[in-house]
Ligand binder design. Sequence first.
Ligand code: DLL
Length: 432
Amino acid sequence: MKYYNEGIETLSRSQLENLQGELLKKMVAYVYERVPFYRAKMDATKVKPADIKSIRDIVKLPFTEKTDLRDNYPFGMFAVSQNEVVRVHASSGTTGKLTVVGYTKSDIDMWAEAAARSLTMAGVTAESTVHIAYGYGMFTGGLGVHYGAEKIGARVVPASSGNTARQLQLLKDFEATTLCCTPSYAAYLAESLKSNGYDIKDFKLKSGVFGAEPWTEAMRGHIQKSLNLRAFDIYGLSEITGPGVSMECEFQNGLHVWEDLFYPEILDAELNPVPGGTQGELVFTTLAKEAIPLIRYRTRDLCTLDTSACKCGRTHARMGKLLGRTDDMLIIRGVNLFPSQIEAALLAQGYVSPNYHLLVSRVDNTDVLEVQVELSDGMFSDEVKKLEKLRADIIKKIFSVTGLNVLVRFFNPGSLPRSEGKAARVTDTRKI
Ligand code: DLL
């Protein structure tokens, strides 16, 4: 099956824009009527629902930030009564205060549709067995992908996260054809095969649906090789709906955003639109959500957007693979750096595993970045000469990519902490 919803996925750009305009008009009238937060913001800038005549008028509308959701905790941003809400999710983030989101019955159907379209691109059909090792619970990963896979009619194994030995047993014995989890956990599953007595040749996996955290092409290569599957990137965020806001098709040149449901913009630091293909902050407006519709929500995620035709026939714009979030950007001695750049540099070298951690500190008023990296099996820390060469190569490679001199500290295989969900790649002691 090539498309889940061919009619919508292949609409011409002008049909899509007309549809977006119609949906936006309805949405703005709806929130103006029902959400005091938006009414106040629009009144303050003297914008009325009637000013929105097409999707191009979106630039007249105010922005929404994560702090707005937190300030209106728990249900202040909702547009419906709690009776109409059938599910809530929440994320705690790093600052502790919860961001709460909710769904009506129709929102759950819309989300399942977005996830079903997405999974279809990874080859999921009614004949597939989809093993879901994203966490189930307040995190949107598990249930989001689950509803999409069920909608397609696939057989779902709702493994949730944790218990790696059991995950491997279920994956093999239930003959999963698609694995869904974070890329860092996929790498962990791969490295755990041998010690649990498995050989990947005995598994039936064909595809992987990995997301919820940044990962590089080098990591994709590593996972594909070690799990013998094709790895696809899936993106989403709780505030907009969860996994399935966008996903790669078979051509893997960006992630198709389901633009009839979520309208994307890329903006520069002053929040002005950037020319096509330029990197900037991704901003989303929900076009079909009832419980908690959001206007111009600032994701803090940095990427590009491409509306040119894709070989797969889908017309929905493609976001470039995410480099990282503005919040995750490290500034080391004035140089901006994303952990994913270090990941790419490390995996370009042989002999290191995809497990790494970045320790940032300040010594004598100077920022120091220590790259902690695990050696791969077969490379032992007593081979001093080989190690020193490897260290020099890594330092050189990172310098060539970032312009930064870093310290490299090696760890024995298996000794850095593993994560079952989103990997925590950075400890910044300057902030403690
Ligand atoms: O991570 C939803 C999700 C679950 C997406 C499972 C994909 C798969 P949050 O916990 O709200 O929701 O985190 C959202 O995670 O703003 C990005 O910074 C990051 N993120 C999500 N997907 C990707 C990805 C889920 N494919 C935040 N690549 C987003 C890079 C991603 N970063």
